[in-house]
Structures are given as structure tokens and as C-alpha cells.
Design a protein around this ligand. Structure first.
Ligand SMILES: [Fe+2]
Length: 242
């Protein structure tokens, strides 16, 4: 049976709003990421930490203007001050959802696509140089945060890091872009197995990056001219206001 067009449109609209927000499922079993990341860390990270961001986000937006917005729209419009619970938990939900998507056990990883391979070559020369830049951003992030590979509004690849659960989509971030790869450098991501050895965790998690998914995200970000222009226009407005 064919679904009428308006019904299909309604399903997509409902999905893009997707309230209340829900915890995504991991694409693989908790045990599949070992030995790089142990099963207990994966399970606690998803079902305790990420779940807490989801629960607290749903609680924080209840009865506010953010209640009817998509996650991306919340990040694009939330204020820098006065909405810390939404900022931390919307960021936490967005960042972790991306993190789970881009990780895969070695046997399930696909190759880097042609367009991302070319872009990495243009901006960093080699994947190994890119790895060094990301590791440096991750190692120098004091305390908790994230290291990102993102596409800038001008269509270039750039590595940045952010504190806590902030990310480059947020409207007050200094360097903005669409994240295509994110590395969680909160201690909860590695402490059980690596304790304070962040560098060892970074080496291990890098080997879990599924470049075919990162490539899909790169291609989608390139095509998303609407979001790129919104990221760019907010930046220009900030400059005008300075
Ligand atoms: Fe985390």
C-alpha cells in the first residue's frame, strides 16, 4: 500500500522535531569496541551519561520556547547566558549521538570517500597529519570537552576543540562549522580502562573511527548550504555588533 505524500511528510516532520528526545541505540554491541574501548565503559557512557543528558534536556526545555524545536535548532538559537541546563544537555545529546555514529569495530569500518580524501589532502596533506592536529587539540583541551573535525561555512576542513558539551554549531561558538568527527575527551569516556592516560585512549579511539560514516557526514555537510549560510550569517552579525 502506498502512503499518501502528506502522511510521509508528516512522519519526516515529526522525526525532525523528535520530542521528547530519546537515547539512540549503539550500532554495535557494547563488547564490539574492545579492546580499544571496554564494554563496561561503552555501556556506562551510553546508558548513564548520555541518558542523563537526554533526561535533563527534556526536563530543561519543558514549558519553554525550545520545547517545539529540533535539536539542531536549539543549538543554533540558545543564548550564551542564562540557559546552562539546555546548553549542557542539548550539547551532550548532540555530541554523543554523533560520537556513537562515527565509531565502529575494525571489521565494520569502511574506507574514506573520495571527496573527503581530497579535502584532507588539501587542508592537512595526509591523514597522519590530520591525526596529529586532532590529537593536539584533544590533549590541550583542559578538563572536559571535545575535539572536532568540522566543515567551515566556507567549505574548508578545520580542527577545533570545545569545552564541556559545547560544539561548533552553537551560536556563540567562536569558530563555527558542521562537525563531521568528534572525539569525547571527558574522563568518563576512558577512565575505567585508561585512567589518566588520555593519549593512550586517543590512539585507541582513533582506530575505531569509521571513515565511511565521516565521509557521508562530510558530503552531507557540503550539501547543507542552508546550515552553512546560517552559521556564516551569525558570525557576520556578531562582527557587526562588536
Ligand atoms: Fe561522553
Amino acid at each position: 500500500m502506498r502512503l499518501p505524500f502528506f502522511f510521509i511528510a508528516l512522519l519526516f516532520a515529526a522525526d525532525s522535531i523528535a520530542q521528547p528526545f530519546m537515547l539512540p541505540k549503539l550500532p554495535y554491541a557494547y563488547t564490539a569496541y574492545a579492546p580499544n574501548i571496554d564494554a563496561q565503559t561503552m555501556e556506562i557512557h551510553l546508558t548513564k551519561h548520555h541518558q542523563a543528558y537526554v533526561n535533563n534536556l527534556n526536563k530543561a526545555i519543558k514549558g519553554t520556547a525550545f520545547e517545539s524545536l529540533s535539536l539542531e535548532e536549539i543549538l543554533l538559537t540558545l543564548p550564551a547566558n542564562g540557559a546552562d541546563a539546555i546548553r549542557n544537555n542539548a550539547g551532550g545529546h548532540y555530541n554523543h549521538s554523533l560520537f556513537w555514529e562515527i565509531l565502529a569495530p575494525k571489521s565494520n569500518q569502511g574506507p574514506c570517500g573520495e571527496s573527503l580524501t581530497e579535502a584532507i589532502k588539501a587542508s592537512f596533506s595526509t591523514v597522519d597529519s590530520l591525526k596529529k592536529v586532532i590529537f593536539s587539540a584533544a590533549m590541550s583541551r583542559f578538563g572536559s570537552g571535545w575535539a572536532w573535525l568540522m566543515l567551515t561555512p566556507n567549505g574548508e576542513l578545520r580542527v577545533v576543540s570545545s569545552a564541556n558539551q559545547d560544539n561548533p554549531i552553537m551560536n556563540f561558538s567562536v569558530e563555527r562549522g558542521i562537525p563531521i568527527l568528534g572525539i569525547d575527551v571527558w574522563e568518563h569516556a576512558y577512565y575505567l580502562n585508561y585512567q589518566n592516560r588520555r593519549a593512550d585512549y586517543l590512539t585507541a579511539v582513533w582506530d575505531l573511527v569509521n571513515w565511511s560514516v565521516v565521509s557521508q557526514k562530510y558530503d552531507a555537510a557540503k550539501s547543507n548550504t542552508n546550515l552553512r549560510s546560517r552559521l556564516n550569517s551569525t558570525k557576520k552579525n556578531k562582527k557587526k555588533g562588536q
